[in-house]
Design a protein around this ligand. Sequence first.
Ligand SMILES: *[C@@H]1O[C@H](CO)[C@@H](O)[C@H](O)[C@H]1NC(C)=O
Ligand SMILES: *[C@@H]1O[C@H](CO)[C@@H](O)[C@H](O)[C@H]1NC(C)=O
Ligand SMILES: *[C@@H]1O[C@H](CO)[C@@H](O)[C@H](O)[C@H]1NC(C)=O
Ligand SMILES: *[C@@H]1O[C@H](CO)[C@@H](O)[C@H](O)[C@H]1NC(C)=O
Length: 271
Amino acid sequence: MIEHIPFLRPKRYVTIIVVFVLSLFIYSYNASINALTNDTIDHHAAATSNEEDLTVYQLPERFREPTHLTPIDPAVLIEMGTESIDSAHRKGLLHIGGILYVMDAAGKFLLMKRSSSVVTCPDTWSIVGEHSIGGEDAGNLPIRALEEELGLDASYIGATIKNLTEHPLYYIRKYGARNGNRIDRQLTYLWLVKLPKRQQEIDWRLDHEVADKKWITLELFDHWLQADEANDSTVNESNEEDDDGPPVGDFCHRTIRSLLRLGIARLKVIL
Ligand SMILES: *[C@@H]1O[C@H](CO)[C@@H](O)[C@H](O)[C@H]1NC(C)=O
Ligand SMILES: *[C@@H]1O[C@H](CO)[C@@H](O)[C@H](O)[C@H]1NC(C)=O
Ligand SMILES: *[C@@H]1O[C@H](CO)[C@@H](O)[C@H](O)[C@H]1NC(C)=O
Ligand SMILES: *[C@@H]1O[C@H](CO)[C@@H](O)[C@H](O)[C@H]1NC(C)=O
């Protein structure tokens, strides 16, 4: 059994929440443990679910390993076919995703809490996020994410959607032996979604796995992330090259936190 990612409707659990998601793996313990030892688990999972696969990519040789949060023009990517999310993470294959800063007419931003039943980063806060599926156009991702995760029709409600960076940003998160040596290599688009109404006036249909949600100002969001960074220095993150350490803090881990803060810095310029 693959565990549903929070904030998604069960039938679309493949498309994921990223924020942490972004990165997150989403398995039941059984699936995780099996996957460590049995390479056929993916085929099995694919055959017994309607999971939609991710398009995976390679960077040209000259790129080597980009540094964290490097913007990369997707035009340079070399398409390498499709893989299940599990397989893409186990093989560390580059894929595409997006995170959405959803802002209402009062200027508050939507944060959502992952349920306590997910294996990766349970009970942590995040924003709307998705993996790109089936090689979809970048611009389609935020529209689909709004529909699947929040039950919103972007054109009906009159949402304005803007990219916060010219190109998606590269990140890599190594989950180490604790998690089957999975590696999340993702190019992430950052989107601002402006809603023309206050959140109280909107008919939300959040995925049932969202444990909690809150609307806060950009300043408060940023201060919270900044305070959360202090958690990093109080834990002994693994010094091993293939392990970026366990999740810690209210926002899962530093990879996601730094991505979120970069988006906030862009928002401060744009808004
Ligand atoms: C892996 O799983 C397949 C079917 O799911 C099974 O036939 C095979 O014996 C398993 N291999 C190992 C090493 O567990
Ligand atoms: C959004 O994307 C377009 C097209 O790539 C680009 O020209 C524009 O500069 C981007 N906006 C920001 C804020 O980077
Ligand atoms: C991490 O920092 C936050 C402040 O954002 C605090 O609320 C939380 O309890 C800390 N968590 C851990 C595990 O230290
Ligand atoms: C931190 O981790 C390193 C490498 O895993 C280990 O050698 C060291 O003893 C740890 N330090 C503490 C204070 O736990």
